[in-house]
Design a protein around this ligand. Structure first.
Ligand code: ATP
Ligand code: MG
Length: 589
């Protein structure tokens, strides 16, 4: 059974940054975590300063901060290089009259310019907002408009394809800076030419911990993406969660496979590893199983942070493939973004030499909140335990499936093990979002008293491990049972013919709802009635009352660009309802 506990040895424990979870959890304070950072010389706190200046002016000045694998080869930037380049970028913002708090967007592939834009903007105390380069013109326009984008840094090609067609509908976008050395398209100016006119010295201005630093749009899995506002103080959480949950330290070669267009790719793809003085591996190319194993091997990656969808794709290529690569440098593997199937956790152990450590968080939380830690046993399928400094509660639910909040704003915490409740976090961690931009009422609705309500349902076992049940919107109620799609999908994926599954509830006169599964088959499996019956029987055997009553074969399950199954779209298509916001749909143009 894949779901047996994976035990950690005393050696594992001794080697981990967070060796004694209970003791640290008890003594932890965010103030002490703040003490792990340097802070600005005149007081205050700036994300960019902690990521760049801190090491560029210290022992790690000549260490490689970024190793970028691009179409034309490898580019390395040391911490010292990063300081000089972000100094110039910050000076250029000054020259352009960009002030603190003004929004600077990037629409770039994963390469040095993206990182310089992000860190230069943060060091300038302006606000950085990343756009995923595969978005089409409309999602780009929408985010720039909603986010009050004043400056955009992009390539001439992306500009021509995706921004020029909508530029006349972006009256507040004052400046577009394009990379490269060719003549800039009309309406833009050359980034490089601008950078040449300014000095490479710059001092980070006084920055308050509560000043806005980052604007991140959510993945749009459940609806129109929301613009979550984060502040400089978030860096305290980025830093300490990376130490504890990802086991990051100076000298690591760290690869986060998420694009910086998503919060994971910024919090952990840019900020956290640099605050630790690690070397960040950046690959401009898309997923390809052989390339990914080769990256891990050739660059001696020590800590790897990826996503369930990527792991599932690697698993489809079989276990023989990784055996051909030297993965001995790897020390720790983590995953986030979607439920991680127990099978994938265990697969990691065989294929990579390390089990995959699942962790849970959201754009809104800014940093990892619940995690499987390097020193603690893993229960495959579980998201793990709360981060030190983070208080997690499960709240009793009302009719609509979400936490029940009284008129006075009171909620009820569910104490008994294995009872499903809405996952809530007590306010007060530094990377908590401080607003949905231009949507104050929506923001206010996320809180009840001291609790932030996440919209996810979970249960906690007697040992304190948290188990994801589903998004409140996705959970299925069938004949009095509460069914989380993830559990059903996970079991279906254990069937040898199934590569991936997406599960929804379908209205049913008798049961209220019944489970319908959309299934992508592995190569070679034949989508016929025999297999359908076999899958239905397999489901009944393994899941009992939770088994799917209907199976549809579907080799094109809708995913978000960050790799999540979009169940809301499966539902909309099934019921002939409007499909809603499709801006983050993979393959959408
Ligand atoms: P939107 O809010 O626009 O619908 P989204 O919720 O997918 O999109 P993100 O903030 O990127 O946007 O994703 C956070 C969500 O992803 C979580 O609330 C949870 O539902 C899911 N998630 C993240 N990590 C895990 C995990 N380890 N296990 C289960 N679910 C996870
Ligand atoms: Mg969400």
């Amino acid at each position: 059974m894949p779901s047996e506990t994976i035990r950690k040895t005393p050696l594992d424990r001794a080697a981990a940054n967070l060796a004694d979870y209970p003791a640290v959890r008890q003594s932890f304070t965010w103030a002490s975590a703040r003490g792990l950072l340097r802070g600005l010389p005149g007081g205050g706190l700036n994300v960019g300063y902690e990521a760049v200046d801190r090491h560029a002016t210290g022992e790690r000045r000549d260490a490689v901060a970024l190793r970028c694998l691009g179409p034309d080869g490898v580019t390395e930037l040391t911490y010292g290089d990063l300081l000089r380049r972000t100094n110039r970028f910050a000076n250029l913002l000054d020259q352009l009259g960009v002030g603190r708090g003004d929004r600077v967007f990037s629409l770039l592939g994963r390469g040095p310019e993206l990182y310089v834009t992000a860190l230069g903007t943060l060091r300038h105390a302006s606000v950085y907002s990343p756009l995923f380069s595969a978005f089409g013109p409309e999602p780009i326009r929408e985010r720039l408009a909603r986010g009050d984008g004043m400056v955009l840094v992009t390539t001439p090609e992306l500009y021509a394809q995706k921004v020029a067609p909508v530029r006349d509908r972006l009256p507040n976008l004052r400046r577009v800076l394009v990379t490269g050395d060719g003549p800039p398209p009309p309406g833009t100016s050359s980034l490089n030419a601008g950078l040449r006119t300014v000095e490479d010295r710059f001092e980070v201005p006084p920055t308050e911990p509560g000043e806005m630093a980052l604007l991140h749009f959510t993945s749009g899995t459940t609806g129109r993406p929301k613009g979550a506002v984060h502040v400089h103080e978030a860096v305290v959480a980025h830093h300490v969660t990376a130490a504890y949950a990802l086991d990051l330290r100076a000298g690591d070669v760290f690869w986060c496979t998420a694009d910086p267009g998503w919060v994971t790719g910024t919090s952990y793809g840019i900020i956290a590893p640099l605050t630790h003085g690690a070397t960040v591996l950046v690959d401009s190319a898309e997923f390809e199983a052989r390339r990914w194993y080769a990256n891990l091997a050739e660059h001696r990656v020590t800590v790897w942070y990826t996503a369930p969808t990527a792991l599932r794709m690697l698993m489809r290529h079989g276990a023989a493939l990784p055996a051909g690569y030297d993965l001995t440098a790897l020390r720790h593997v983590s995953s986030v973004g979607e439920p991680l199937n127990p099978e994938a956790v265990v697969w990691g152990q065989a294929a990579l030499g390390h089990p995959v450590h699942d962790n849970w968080w959201q754009t809104e939380t800014g940093a990892i909140m619940i995690s499987n830690f390097p020193a603690l046993d893993i229960r495959p399928g579980s998201m793990g335990l709360p981060m030190p400094g983070v208080e997690v509660a499960l709240l009793a639910r009302g009719e609509d499936g979400r936490a029940e909040v009284t008129d006075e704003g009171q909620v009820r915490v569910v104490d008994s093990p294995d009872t499903v409740g809405e996952l809530a976090l007590r306010r007060g961690w530094p990377s908590m979002f401080r607003g949905y931009l231009h949507a104050n009422a929506r923001y206010a609705k996320c809180f009840a008293g001291d609790w932030y309500l996440t919209g996810d349902l979970a249960r906690r076992d007697a040992d304190g491990y948290h188990w994801f049940v589903g998004r409140a919107d996705d959970v299925i109620k069938s004949a009095g049972h509460l069914i989380g799609p993830f559990e059903v999908e996970s079991i279906l994926m254990e069937h040898p013919a199934v590569a991936e599954a997406g599960v929804i509830g379908k209205p049913d006169r008798v049961a209220g709802e019944v489970v319908k599964a959309f299934v992508t088959l592995r190569p070679g499996a034949i989508a016929d009635d025999e297999l359908r019956l076999d899958l239905l029987a397999f489901g009944r055997r393994r899941l009992g009352v939770m088994a799917p009553k209907e199976i549809a074969f579907d080799n094109h399950l809708p995913h978000t660009r960050s790799g999540k199954v979009m169940r809301r779209l499966l539902k909309a298509r099934e019921f002939g309802l409007p499909e809603g916001d499709l801006s983050t749909l993979e393959n959408a143009r």
